[in-house]
Ligand binder design. Structure first.
Ligand code: NAD
Ligand code: MG
Length: 399
């Protein structure tokens, strides 16, 4: 993609959204913001829309629209304000835009990400929950509509960079030739070395204090439980058409090696860099070109060493639950993701102990396995099972 690019940023007020706007602003000669969306922080959205000269903003409801207008400086022409979930999906498919950054958190981002795929856009996918909940549907939509898919999650972006491609980011339907395994690195999060007995007491603030990355609160908790890595295993399965037994998780506390691809001849290719999401975002926006991202050089001599270890599954049961869900099928993946979203929200609100997050997930997987098998052939099927799974997790009395 070398022509001028107009970008929709879904979830612009979040951590990925802010980094995306930073990268776009560095390249006014090749890209501009077309539309922004946010769920709650309307003052922030107004600042962003003003600075990026967005033509369109999408807000969730009439009250948010009112707050957006209130935050808008008088005397400046307002952008077009679109309201609601359908408007969000329509904007992701808007003929005026070329690329869509899917950076809404949670399965809430699925309808708009899918709409972008169906409209044949270049989809920059940060919203991993969309792929976990609807991998088959989403990848099929990318393939059927000639859309491009650029993984933004740092591990998947690293793997994508280490795989061969021909200048177009097509979605594969079988593993890349000559690839033996994908090695996903994981930092181990803030509780890697913590006594297991202490984990019951940890607070949301501790769980959100990631040692290497600065991220939104939900993914920070997911990183602490390593459910994030589990979601990423499922994500890698769909993105690279790779079976579960050829995806391995390696704990790497420095977060410098972002992930690796092992080939049949024994070669292992890795992508390294500072832990700053502007690198994968710039890669996605620029592909196949390389763009300046604002990320500084990596000083390996200062770092001195890189460590690798096996994940401890007794400390991180969520990782085992994720592999189990991937092997069990799409319904289990929907339940895993939905139960986790409910449990993490309850934990962040102080209603659930940290160590109960994996228990809620496990209970939801057991519940889902007892249900009559479901076919998830449409977005509505996925959303219905997602809602049922949330109701189940909520009814545990834990959330
Ligand atoms: P965040 O919480 O910082 O931001 C989330 C954004 O989504 C906000 O703009 C918010 O307004 C919007 N949003 C929240 N709920 C919504 C809803 N129901 N409907 C519409 N919009 C809604 O999250 P983040 O850390 O930027 O993560 C975004 C996504 O990217 C997640 O799926 C996460 O797993 C993924 N991701 C993030 C990072 C990172 O470094 N932050 C890295 C890899 C992947
Ligand atoms: Mg990641």
């Amino acid at each position: 993609m070398t022509a001028f690019q107009r970008v929709v940023v879904l979830g612009s007020t979040g951590s990925i959204g802010v980094s995306t706007l930073d990268v776009i602003a560095r390249h006014p000669e090749r890209m501009a913001v077309y539309a922004l969306s946010a769920h709650s922080r309307m003052e922030r959205l107004a600042e962003q829309a003003l600075a990026s000269r967005a033509a369109v903003v999408v807000v969730p409801d009439a009250e948010a629209r009112r707050r957006f207008i209130e935050a808008w400086p008088s005397g400046q022409a307002t952008p077009e304000i679109r309201v609601g979930g359908q408007a969000l999906a329509d904007t992701a498919a808007d003929p005026q835009c070329d690329s869509v950054m899917a950076a809404i958190v949670g399965a809430a981002g699925l309808p708009a990400a899918l709409a972008a795929a169906r409209a044949g856009k270049r989809v920059l996918l940060a919203n991993k929950e969309a792929l976990v909940a609807a991998g088959s549907l989403f990848m099929q939509a990318i393939r059927d509509n000639g859309a491009e898919l650029l993984p933004i999650d740092s591990e998947h972006n690293a793997i994508f960079q280490c795989l061969p491609h021909q200048g177009r980011a097509v979605a594969p339907s079988s593993p890349a030739r000559g690839v033996r395994r994908l090695l996903l690195t994981a930092s181990g999060g803030p509780f890697r070395g913590r006594d297991l007995e202490d984990l019951h007491e940890v607070t949301p603030a501790e769980a959100c204090a990631h040692p290497n990355w600065s991220m939104g609160r939900k993914i920070s908790v997911d990183s602490a439980t390593m459910l994030n890595k589990g979601l990423e295993v499922i994500e890698a399965h769909w993105l690279f058409a790779m079976p579960a037994d050829r995806i391995e998780v390696v704990v790497h506390p420095q977060s410098v090696v972002h992930s690796m691809v092992e080939y049949d001849d024994g070669s292992v290719l890795a992508q390294l860099g500072q832990p700053d999401m502007r690198t994968p975002i710039a890669y996605g926006l620029g592909f196949p070109d390389r763009l300046e991202s604002g990320v500084g050089p990596l000083d390996l001599t200062r770092l001195g060493r890189l460590d690798f270890e096996k994940p401890d599954l007794s400390r991180f049961p969520c990782l085992a639950h994720s592999f189990a869900a991937l092997r069990a099928g799409q319904g289990a993946c929907v339940a895993l993701n939905a139960a986790n979203e409910v449990a993490v929200e309850a934990f962040l609100d102080g209603r659930l102990a940290y160590t109960w997050i994996p228990r809620v997930i496990e209970a939801a997987l057991e519940w889902q396995a007892r249900q009559a098998s479901v076919t998830l052939s449409s977005l509505d099927d996925v959303l219905a099972l997602d809602a049922e799974s949330r109701a189940f997790a909520g009814n545990l009395g834990l959330a």
